[in-house]
Write a protein that binds this ligand. Structure first.
Ligand code: FEO
Length: 398
């Protein structure tokens, strides 16, 4: 990636990882990602804000080849995609000091073995002068690790937010140009990384928006020169607002669960309820996570394997539980051959979901007319619950 000056003495640097397809051996990256680093040159000192994934250290070091002096390396977040090149940068600049939150200091020492004496812990709202430029550090714990903070460049009104407001998106754009693409990528990022910390993030959004900010400069994806675009999106995602949507992740072995799911999808659609259906055998779990940001309901569809849900369903249900979406209602559609405890097992897997559980539909073998009637009843219940919540018309139109 280029080193580009976007404010006097302030440079966007780092690496675009166009072809990375998986993060943490877990998170799909359909559009790649970037690790943004920023250089701030003051009249008396220079700071590097965040580094890059260690696999891309060479790119950053090339960008720093003509930078004689770095006095501070600001570590907003200790996860290695931003901090992993700190040891290499410290080698090049032996008098540089790393600035991190107190928890960030301890994580850098533990994870990267950065010498303790080379890291200075900064307090919430502490400022460091670079001469004609000033950095203020604002602690934003649990966005999304316990040590996270953001850095505000007062004179230029630039807020360096690291993961906060970020998007896994590879692009040559320095600033957002394709809003639809960035919205989708940022929502995916929020869903996968930030959603479990929704309540905390509410406070942090207000904290950072009390500042006068012209540019939000995250460490993934393009910068925002219209900060309201991403702030408004975050305000929506962290709100309690849900949509008239049912998410149906399912898997099928011999077709019974699929028949029930497809029937239910039609029954809900006839009642004016939107559905997002995911066959877990092929689904992009990131898309499933995005759908959970706004959905009011989830229905999990599973056949029975050794009395329990299909193993792939365990993974998806565990993900939904871990992401703590604002779902209000849940149910289960289950098929079995000779015995099942799948409903009880799934119910035990979702303690984080504050949902009302609607009567499941359990079918022995291939679905019969009585099973389809039970699915009609489930569709009625979901429509009625959505209507009570003001999400859909109450009169059945099926
Ligand atoms: Fe981009 Fe939490 O690391």
């Amino acid at each position: 990636m280029l080193k580009r000056e976007f404010r006097s003495g302030v440079y966007a640097m780092g690496a675009v990882d166009w072809d990375r397809r998986l993060f943490d051996s877990l998170i799909p990256l359909p559009d790649g990602t970037s690790y943004n680093s920023y250089l701030v040159r003051g009249s008396e000192a220079t700071a590097l804000i965040d580094t890059v994934d260690p696999a891309r250290s060479a790119t950053l070091m090339h960008q720093l080849r003509d930078v004689d002096r770095v006095d501070y390396i600001v570590s907003n977040h200790s996860e290695q995609d931003h901090s992993g090149s700190i040891p290499t940068v410290l080698e090049k600049y032996p008098s540089a000091t790393v600035l991190a939150s107190p928890k960030g200091k301890s994580l850098l020492v533990d994870h990267l073995h950065v010498p303790e004496e080379r890291v200075k812990a900064v307090k919430d709202s502490e400022e460091v002068s670079l001469g004609d430029k000033t950095l203020r550090f604002i602690h934003t714990p649990w966005v999304h690790w316990p040590e996270t903070m953001v850095t505000y460049l007062l004179e230029e009104r630039v807020l360096f937010t690291c993961d906060f407001f970020g998007s896994h998106l590879s692009t040559t754009d320095m600033f957002v140009s394709d809003k639809a693409a960035v919205y989708e990528a940022a929502k995916r990022y929020f869903a996968e990384i930030m959603m479990p910390f929704r309540a905390t993030i509410r406070k942090d959004v207000e904290k950072v928006t009390s500042l006068e900010v012209d540019i939000i400069a995250p460490s993934h994806g393009p910068m925002y020169d219209q900060p309201d675009f991403i702030i408004d999106a975050y305000r929506d995602w962290i709100s309690d607002r849900v949509e008239n949507t049912v998410v149906i992740p399912y898997i099928t072995m011999h077709g019974s669960t699929r028949l029930m799911v497809e029937y239910l999808v039609s029954a809900l659609a006839k009642r004016g309820v939107k559905v997002q259906q995911f066959d877990l055998a092929v689904a992009d779990l990131g898309k499933l996570a995005i759908s959970l940001v706004d959905a009011a309901s989830i229905v999990i569809g599973t056949p029975t394997v050794h009395v329990h849900p299909h193993p792939v369903v365990f993974n998806a249900v565990n993900l939904a539980n871990a992401l703590r979406p604002k779902l209000k209602f849940a149910s289960i559609v289950n098929s079995y051959g000779w015995g099942s405890k799948a409903v009880e097992t799934i119910a035990g897997l979702i303690p984080n979901l504050k949902v009302e559980v609607l009567d499941p539909v359990i079918c022995k073998g291939a679905p019969r007319e009585t099973d389809y009637q039970a699915l009609e009843t489930l569709a009625d219940s979901i429509q009625a619950k959505h209507a009570e919540a003001g999400l859909v018309e109450s009169a059945a139109t099926a």
